[in-house]
Write a protein that binds this ligand. Structure first.
Ligand SMILES: [Zn+2]
Length: 149
């Protein structure tokens, strides 16, 4: 399957189909991982939410101080946060898959909320066309491939 040549609408349909199928086969480990993320995550300045050194190191290694979406420094956008590209409300088994995690600013994270990735791309395309190339470039292609089975 070549995801590159698919239209956004087709990708939407595909992601929903795959997501629904997998959602009904959640395992005990999926739920464990889902909960593990709560202890692991790191939200800048919020030490109440259960941070670990491992997660802080990961954030440091995977961010350069600027949000990859809006390109603003995290400090002017309310800090940084770990976001699930494919939202864990819809893809709970990807809650601890590092390919699914990225560091974005809190403001962008709040705006993205629980949108399906393709809804999000669509949203950015409509509302922030200047940001669209950056968002499209980090489309979680290999994750979508991995969902096929
Ligand atoms: Zn941002």
């Amino acid at each position: 399957m070549n995801l590159e040549n698919k239209q956004l609408r087709e990708l939407f349909a595909l992601a929903n189909k795959i997501g629904n199928k997998r959602y009904h086969k959640l395992t005990h480990q999926d739920f464990e991982n889902y909960r593990k993320f709560d202890y692991w995550r790191y939200v800048n300045g919020d030490y109440e939410c259960g941070t670990t050194q491992e997660s802080k190191d990961w954030v440091t290694e995977n961010s350069d101080g600027y949000c990859p979406i809006c390109e603003q420094h995290y400090s002017v956008k309310g800090g940084k946060s770990i976001d699930h590209k494919l939202p864990r409300s819809q893809y709970p088994w990807l809650s601890m898959d590092f390919q699914n995690l990225w560091v974005i600013c809190r403001s962008c994270n709040q705006e993205k909320s629980d949108m399906n990735w393709y809804e999000y791309e669509h949203y950015i395309f409509i509302h922030y066309p200047d940001w669209y190339p950056a968002v499209k470039a980090v489309r979680p292609k290999s994750l979508l491939h991995s969902l096929k089975g």
